[in-house]
Design a protein around this ligand. Structure first.
Ligand SMILES: [Zn+2]
Ligand SMILES: [Zn+2]
Length: 393
């Protein structure tokens, strides 16, 4: 409906959005410490006169709001704001100024896209009804700020009807948006096992239970729980034990990650890991401690909202640039809490320059986004938001 206006406004705000992304790229901060980042977002919102409240999600989260011309529905756009403890290896002129930290997951782009969307919608607010909320959420990597923000009431007053979000992905070329109905990303849980043994002299293993031997068998058994048919992944990622070459340690600690998509398979993997550990420990007549640490639920997209988003995106990008995928991702994202609370969709935004053949994935020290993707994403968000809020919906 407002497609042409959105495109024209997107052109006029594009340079500003790129500058914002560069500024944010310079100051990466990890979960719950995004103070400079949060301050910068507030200063941008102040400049534009867009109202917001801060202090959410442990302190650094922000909720900005744009009200349309009258009563209507409410839609939220979520942007994650944290970075990673990775030492940047790009040659960008606006490279990280925080030694050892980097926006290697593209959250600098997510923030810039959300602000870009806000600039455009702020100019169009006389043309739609209802409210748009912008959720700047800390700590997507790891502990998860989404659940905290929901508990703080960001989906209430006014009640959010629909939530949208997305992630830049270098697997896809700039100019494309990729969608999937239903299950999209896994529930990325952790587990911890301590194998007890009896320590002793390395020369007399027959007098001890060597927890390293027990742990070695446990690792094999846990790894074999990975099953693409479920789908389910179980990966052991750390193993710690022992101090020197001639002492058998008293215990060994194993940690890893378990990824599933349904509540049933999540409960099943919790039980299966312990069963495998117990089988091996019983054989060696020794004990163990086991802890399953649930993190986020799986991210499940709403079919209708996803379909509607895709229709809006096609108005902006054309049929051939809005692409379905059937692939689920074994990664996780705590956007899943929003998606579990209200009908939602989470899309992937292509961010690899079309002429660039090498795919440098997110979380890589050389990862970077093609900034042309900011406009693509912001226009699609604006189109869907205004379509959703329009009376014809
Ligand atoms: Zn990440
Ligand atoms: Zn990310």
């Amino acid at each position: 409906m407002l497609t042409n206006e959105i495109k024209a406004l997107a052109d006029s705000w594009e340079e500003m959005a790129k500058d914002i992304r560069r500024m944010l790229h310079r100051i990466p901060e990890t979960q719950f410490n995004e103070f400079k980042t949060s301050g910068y977002i507030c200063s941008v919102l102040d400049t534009l006169g867009i109202p917001y409240k801060k202090g959410y999600g442990g302190g650094t989260g922000i909720v900005a709001e744009i009200k349309g011309s009258g009563e209507g529905k409410c839609i939220a756009l979520r942007a994650d704001i944290d970075a990673l403890p990775i030492c940047e290896e790009t040659a960008l002129p606006f490279k990280s100024e925080h030694e050892g930290f980097m926006h290697a997951c593209g959250h600098d782009a997510h923030m810039a896209i959300a602000l870009y969307t806000a600039f455009i919608l702020n100019e169009l607010k006389a043309s739609f009804k209802g409210v748009v909320k912008f959720l700047f959420q800390p700590a997507e990597e790891g502990d998860g700020g989404a659940e905290i923000m929901i508990e703080e009431g960001v989906l209430c007053d006014p009640q959010v009807d629909v939530c949208i979000g997305g992630h830049v992905m270098s697997e896809y070329e700039t100019g494309t948006v990729i969608y999937k109905k239903g299950s999209l990303m896994s529930s990325p849980d952790n587990f911890e096992v301590i194998i007890k043994g009896t320590g002793g002299h390395g020369a007399y293993p027959e007098k001890c239970v060597n927890p390293i031997v027990v742990a070695s068998e446990v690792v094999g058994k846990l790894t074999s729980l990975t099953d693409p048919n479920v789908p389910r992944v179980v990966t052991v990622c750390t193993i710690e034990g022992g101090t020197c070459p001639n002492v058998i340690p008293g215990e060994v600690k194993i940690t890893g990650t378990a990824r599933t998509f349904t509540r049933q398979s999540r409960e099943e993997v919790t039980r299966l890991i312990e069963e495998r550990v117990r089988e091996v420990c019983d054989e060696y007549i020794t004990g163990y401690d086991y802890k399953y640490i649930p993190l986020y639920p799986a991210l499940i997209n709403d079919d209708n909202i996803t379909e509607a988003f895709m229709e809006s995106a096609k108005k902006i990008l054309g049929e051939d640039k809005v692409l379905p995928t059937h692939q689920v991702s074994m990664a996780g994202d705590d956007f899943s809490y929003f998606a579990a609370a209200v009908p939602s969709t989470y899309v992937h935004i292509g961010c690899r320059k079309p002429e660039c053949e090498e795919i440098i994935p997110i979380h890589n020290p050389r990862f970077t986004v093609d900034e042309d993707c900011l406009k693509v994403a912001a226009m699609c968000y604006c189109e869907f938001i205004t379509d959703f809020l329009s009376e014809e919906w």
